[in-house]
Design a protein around this ligand. Structure first.
Ligand code: GTP
Ligand code: NA
Ligand code: MG
Length: 288
C-alpha cells in the first residue's frame, strides 16, 4: 500500500541494556539538552516516556523522538520484552567499562526476535572514563553476532557519554537516519491503538494509565478497551503533567477515566505478577 500520503509520526525509541550501564542518565542528558535549547518536551522520569523535538535531517520539518526508558535489573525481563515489542528502534546501551553482560545479551536476543519490526542502534556509553577500550567492546558485540557497520554489517554504533553529553548529537542523528529509512508513519484510521506503559491510582483522578498511542487520535470521550476493563477518556495530560486536548500517534499521555484500576488491567493482561510498571498491550477502539 502507498503510505506516502500518511503523516510521519515520531519514532518510538526504547533505551535498553544491563543494569547501571547509564540508560537513565543518557536520557536525562538528552532531555535537559533539549530543554536548554528551549525545546521543551520534558516528562517525569518515573513514567519513563518523553518526547523531544530534534532537528530534522532534511528540509525544515521538525522531528520529534519519543523515548522510553526501561530498567536494566534482571528481574524486569517481562518489561524489557514489552519494551522491545512496542518500539520502532532499540538503543542498546553498553557501558564501555563493563562490556557485554547478561541483560545486554537478553536485549540482543529480544531485538533479534523482533528484527523485522525493530531497528537497533548500539550506544557504547561512559566513554569519558579513563582507560576504556571501545575496540574491545565492539569486538565483543561482534562475537555476540551484532553485525556492526564497522565490520561490514548494518548496525550503527555510536560512542557516547551520558555524563558529559559527548556523542549524543550523533546518537540523535543516527536515530533520525534509521527512522527515515523505516519511514515511520501514522496510520490515520478510525481505530485507536496503543499500549498501556504504566498505570497507577492518582489522587483526584482515580485510576490513570500512561498510554503510548500508535494509531488514530485520542481525545476526551474516546472509548478504550484494555484487557478486561475499559475507559471513556475523561482527561488527558502529557507525561510531564500539562493538560492536553488530544494525543497523536507516537506520543505518550496520561489517560484518566478507567472503570477499574489499570493496575488490575495490567495484572489480568500479563503473564507476570510484577505489575507496578510493566507495560501491557492495549487494544482500543473508537466507538461512535
Ligand atoms: P538501571 O535503570 O538501574 O538499569 O540503570 P541505568 O542503566 O539507568 O544507569 P544509570 O543512569 O542509573 O547510571 C548508573 C551509574 O552510572 C550512575 O552512577 C551514573 O552516574 C553512572 N553513569 C551513567 N552514565 C555515565 C557516563 O556516561 N559516564 C560515567 N562516568 N558514568 C556514568
Ligand atoms: Na541505575
Ligand atoms: Mg535507569
Amino acid at each position: 500500500a502507498d503510505k506516502s500520503s500518511l503523516p510521519h509520526r515520531p519514532p518510538v525509541v526504547t533505551i535498553m541494556g544491563h543494569v547501571d550501564h547509564g540508560k537513565t542518565t543518557l536520557l536525562d542528558t538528552l532531555r535537559s539538552t533539549s530543554v536548554a535549547k528551549g525545546e521543551a518536551g520534558g516528562i517525569t522520569q518515573h513514567i519513563g516516556a518523553f518526547s523531544v523535538p530534534v532537528p530534522a535531517i532534511s528540509g525544515d520539518e521538525k522531528r520529534t523522538i519519543t523515548f522510553l526508558d526501561t530498567p536494566g535489573h534482571a528481574a524486569f525481563s517481562a518489561m524489557r520484552a514489552r519494551g522491545a515489542s512496542v518500539t520502532d528502534i532499540v538503543v542498546l546501551v553498553v557501558a564501555a567499562d563493563d562490556g557485554i553482560m547478561p541483560q545486554t545479551r537478553e536485549v540482543i536476543e529480544l531485538v533479534q526476535k523482533e528484527k523485522d519490526n525493530v531497528g537497533l542502534v548500539v550506544a557504547v556509553n561512559k566513554v569519558d572514563k579513563p582507560d576504556v577500550d571501545i575496540d574491545r567492546i565492539e569486538k565483543m558485540l561482534l562475537a555476540e553476532n551484532v553485525q556492526l557497520e564497522r565490520f561490514g554489517g548494518d548496525i550503527p554504533c555510536v560512542h557516547v557519554s551520558g555524563l558529559t553529553g559527548q556523542g549524543l548529537d550523533s546518537l540523535v542523528e543516527t536515530i533520525n537516519a534509521l527512522a527515515e529509512m523505516q519511514d515511520i508513519r501514522a496510520e490515520q484510521k478510525d481505530v485507536v491503538q496503543g499500549y498501556v506503559l504504566e498505570s497507577k491510582m492518582q489522587k483526584g483522578l482515580g485510576p490513570v494509565a500512561t498510554v503510548l498511542l500508535l494509531r488514530g487520535s485520542l481525545t476526551p470521550g474516546t472509548h478504550l478497551i484494555c484487557g478486561t476493563t475499559q475507559a471513556k477518556v475523561r482527561s488527558l495530560t502529557s507525561p510531564s503533567g500539562e493538560s492536553i486536548k488530544s494525543v497523536l500517534p507516537g506520543f505518550a499521555a496520561v489517560v484518566s477515566g478507567w472503570k477499574n484500576s489499570p493496575t488490575q488491567v495490567t495484572k489480568s493482561s500479563l503473564p507476570t505478577k510484577r505489575i507496578s510498571s510493566v507495560p501491557s498491550v492495549t487494544v482500543s477502539e473508537r466507538l461512535t
